[in-house]
Each structure stands twice: as structure tokens, then as C-alpha cells.
Design a protein around this ligand. Structure first.
Ligand code: SF4
Ligand code: FE
Length: 489
């Protein structure tokens, strides 16, 4: 079994006939589109790094059922060691791309579906686990990128799926046939969907029996009839059309999200992993969300490493590196970033075995991890902007710098320390801008807030997992409280 090179991966995506729309137009060649290509390059890195001898331990794993070496993004975690390596791999990729490299969603979906289908089959006598294992082997053998699609548009948040004015606001089964099902609906904010070979769909919330048609999980190739993608806009995205490399901040890498529409898509029986067993929808959601909340303790930390480095370089180029307040801000940024990493590692170390043999993270600690991610990157960005200075958003364009008449003026007046070129100073400031306000801010800021669930979703889980009664008992025992006694003497 051969792992794909990055180049082979790109050519394999090129062969798919994906229906993509952006800015009111159909995009016939998304692979070479200048707005879309950086996000494909980020996924490419998950293939390129898996080829490098120095990253084998992190980027690949051996599947104990087949003995085959697979890309870790297609691996089922078989111990806490696997969970820890996952977080380290994500930090590494964040460092190399300073973007969302997208392939984690499928990895987290795989692990959640693996353990959940095992438990559904045990209780309901279904064959979802066998179906899923077959799909897993296929994905591993072909080294595929699989997108995990969970978030429905959700319409009126106060209503259950079956109560919505428009029944399609949650993805649902509209027809049951002897050979499979037909589904309709959409999944919003789908990270990585454009760069995936297949999409693995899951429900987005816990469900009651009335929501039977909405409790559905399955996988289909991305170019299946009826699937179309509408690409989301990002701040400064059209800078990528200008042809330069400075103003985009990060010319090679990025991330892209899409509204993914399923218009009566047929799913064959052997690709169905949940079909009406509403009592298991919550388990699937909770496990997927838990894994993805762990993921953020790796990927965002890697991007944070780049941002901290960029702020330090900007200070060097300004001649401000020795100022004690600058040093202190860099220490604070590092402290915040490493706290996130500590959470990612901790929830992995404290993971445990599910009935299927697949390991799951400690759900309380994974939710604490993500709750911190909803805050700390914002503070890290604030400090980076503080160190960078206003030029980060007021600098003239690359075209001005290259202009024969204006260029020398820009070069003269925007210089920092004498030994560093103005161009390099602008490059580092534009990278900070990209991570703080530009296209990468989708991945580093707003995704930190809402990706893998908005802050309140983690607080609900923290409340559920925090075991307050046990903590009350600890306090009562030490305070010498014996309840029921009206008087102690
Ligand atoms: Fe992976 Fe992070 Fe992107 Fe999620 S946000 S897909 S964990 S890089
Ligand atoms: Fe995400």
C-alpha cells in the first residue's frame, strides 16, 4: 500500500468533477484557481510531510488490523500514545502552513463513527460498524482525504429539526429504497470540503424519536450527483488575484469553507452508518466534537507559534526587540499558546478505551481545551498587533513598492533598522495582518471561536462532565459537615 505524494494528491483531486460556485460563477477548474489553490496546498502538506523520514512517527501509523502503514489522518487511535501524536502532528502542520490544513475533520469523524457504530450494532443488531470498516479500509488503501460534515444550517435555533418551517434546514432522509437512501439538505461552514475525495456526513445535535429522518450518517464521493459547493468569502480574498506575494501575507497556504448542498443525493446501503437510531445521534456528536476540540490544542498552537515568531521578527526589524515590554508581551503570548498545547496533550494522556477498542480523549479536558481556544488566540492576536504597530494595516501595496517612481519613496520612508530591507519588513507585517485580519483570520480567530462548536457548547459539556456533586462532597468532608444533623452538639 502506497501513500500518495502531495503531487499525486493534487492530481487525484483534479480528476474529480466537483460542482463549485464562487462569487456568482461556476468554477470549472478549482485546483488552479488563485483564490482556492492556497487551501489545496495546505492539505497537500499532510501528504508531503508523510513522505519525509523525519516525520514518519508523527505523520504515519500502522493499522493493527491490516498491518499497513497509513497516513495518521486515516488512523483509528489505539492508545493514548496515538492521541498525543495526533496533537503533535497538528501542531507541526500548523507551524508549516499557518493555516487550517483541513484533513483533521475526517480523522475526527472516523474515530467518532468507529466507536459509535460499534455500540449501535451491539444494541440494535445493525451492520453499520461493518459498513464503516469497509469504507475505512477503502480510504486507507487509497490514502484519501475525507471531509467530516456535521453543521446543519439549523434555521430557527429554538425548534427541533422536524419542527422547522423548512424541513430541509437539517439534512434528512427523503426516501428509503431497497438499495439505499436519498438525502436532502445542506452542511454549512464546511472546512476542507473542496479538497476532499469523499464527504462523511453526521447529524449535528442530539435527537428525539420525532427526528428519525434526521438521524443519518453516511459517506459518498464528493462528485456524487446532487452535491454542490458554494464557497465562502474571506476578508482580503481578492488580493490573491493581484499576482503579488507580499500583500497576501501567506502566498502559499490558506483555508476555504463552503456551504455544501445535497439535492436528493443517493447513498447506497453499504455507505450508511446511522439511519434512524436517534438515541445514538447525541453520542456521535459528542464524540466527534470532543475529538475536534482536542484537535484545536494542536493546530491553533502551531499557527500561534508562527504568529509569535512573526511578532518577534517585526520587533527585531523595528529595533524594538530589546524593550522590556516587548519581551514581556512575547512571553505572555508564549504562555497562552503553551497553555492551549497543555490542554491538548492533557486530554490525550487522560484518554480511555471505548468498547470498540478505539481510544477517546478525556471529554472534560478536551472541552476545557476548546473553551480556552475561544479566548487565547484573540489575546495572542491583540499582542501581535500591539508589537507590529499600525503599519501592519496602513502600508502601501506591493505594486507601490515595485513602482519605478513611488517605489524608492516607499522603500526610504518605511525602512526600519538599516540592515533589513523594507520589503522584508513589509512581508512580516503582512503575515501578521493575514493571521489577524486577512484570509487566515478565518482559521485562527473566528474558527477558534465557533469551529468544533461555539463557546456555549463547551460550557454545557463542562457542566455535564465537571462532576459538581463529587466536589461538593469533598468540601463537606473537610468542613466536617454531616447533613441531616440539625445541631452538632
Ligand atoms: Fe484541522 Fe484545525 Fe483545521 Fe480543524 S481547524 S481541520 S483541527 S487544522
Ligand atoms: Fe475546524
Amino acid at each position: 500500500m502506497k501513500l500518495m505524494t502531495g503531487k499525486e494528491y493534487i492530481e487525484s483531486i483534479r480528476k474529480l468533477n466537483i460542482q463549485v460556485y464562487m462569487m456568482g460563477k461556476k468554477i470549472d477548474n478549482p485546483v488552479d484557481d488563485p483564490i482556492l489553490r492556497p487551501s489545496l496546498n495546505s492539505v497537500r502538506m499532510t501528504y508531503d510531510l508523510a513522505q519525509k523520514p523525519e516525520y514518519q512517527d508523527l505523520m504515519t501509523a500502522v493499522d493493527p488490523d491490516t498491518g499497513n502503514k497509513v497516513n495518521r489522518f486515516l488512523h483509528i487511535h489505539r492508545g493514548t500514545d496515538d492521541l498525543i501524536k495526533k496533537v503533535k502532528m497538528q501542531r507541526l502542520l500548523g507551524q508549516k502552513t499557518a493555516a487550517c490544513f483541513q484533513r483533521c475533520v475526517g480523522m475526527d469523524a472516523f474515530n467518532a463513527i468507529y466507536s459509535t457504530t460499534f455500540e449501535i450494532d451491539k444494541k440494535c443488531g445493525t451492520r453499520y460498524f461493518e459498513n464503516f470498516k469497509k469504507f475505512l479500509r477503502y480510504a486507507q488503501e487509497n490514502d484519501l482525504t475525507i471531509d467530516g460534515a456535521m453543521t446543519d444550517p439549523k434555521g430557527d435555533r429554538s425548534l427541533a429539526p422536524h419542527e422547522q418551517a423548512d424541513p430541509d434546514l437539517y439534512l434528512r432522509v427523503v426516501e428509503r429504497r431497497p438499495d439505499g437512501i436519498v438525502v436532502r439538505g445542506a452542511k454549512a461552514h464546511q472546512t476542507g470540503i473542496l479538497n476532499s475525495h469523499e464527504v462523511c456526513v453526521m447529524p449535528t445535535i442530539a435527537m428525539s424519536p420525532e427526528d428519525k429522518d434526521y438521524a443519518v450518517a453516511f459517506a459518498v464521493p464528493l462528485d456524487t450527483k446532487g452535491i454542490s459547493l458554494i464557497i465562502g468569502r474571506q476578508s482580503c480574498d481578492t488580493r490573491k488575484l493581484e499576482g503579488g506575494t507580499i500583500d497576501v501575507g501567506n502566498a502559499e497556504f490558506g483555508g476555504v469553507e463552503a456551504l455544501t448542498v445535497f439535492e436528493d443525493v443517493f447513498v447506497p446501503n453499504d455507505r450508511i452508518f446511522l439511519n434512524g437510531e436517534t438515541e445514538f445521534a447525541g453520542m456521535l456528536v459528542e464524540r466527534f466534537a470532543g475529538y475536534h476540540r482536542q484537535s484545536y490544542g494542536g493546530c491553533k498552537v502551531g499557527v500561534g507559534d508562527v504568529l509569535i515568531g512573526a511578532a518577534a521578527v517585526a520587533a527585531d526589524y523595528n529595533g524594538a526587540a530589546k524593550a522590556s515590554h516587548v519581551k514581556d508581551k512575547l512571553i505572555e503570548m508564549t504562555h497562552l499558546n503553551e497553555t492551549l498545547y497543555s490542554c491538548g496533550i492533557a486530554c490525550s494522556c487522560e484518554g480511555n478505551k471505548t468498547e470498540s477498542g478505539c481510544y477517546i480523549i478525556n471529554l472534560l479536558l478536551a472541552n476545557v481545551c476548546k473553551q480556552n481556544v475561544t479566548r487565547f488566540p484573540y489575546e495572542i492576536v491583540r499582542l501581535a498587533e500591539d508589537i507590529a504597530g499600525g503599519l501592519m494595516v496602513t502600508a502601501p501595496s506591493e505594486k507601490d513598492l515595485r513602482d519605478p517612481k513611488i517605489g524608492p519613496i516607499v522603500d526610504k520612508y518605511l525602512k526600519g533598522i538599516a540592515s533589513v530591507s523594507t520589503e522584508n519588513r513589509l512581508r512580516i507585517l503582512r503575515l501578521i495582518e493575514n493571521l489577524s485580519l486577512g484570509t487566515a483570520a478565518v482559521g485562527y480567530r473566528t474558527e477558534s471561536m465557533h469551529g468544533a462548536g461555539s463557546p456555549q457548547a463547551q460550557r454545557i459539556m463542562i457542566a455535564r462532565q465537571g462532576n459538581l456533586p463529587a466536589k461538593k462532597d469533598l468540601a463537606k468532608a473537610l468542613a466536617g459537615i454531616v447533613e441531616g444533623n440539625k445541631c452538632s452538639n
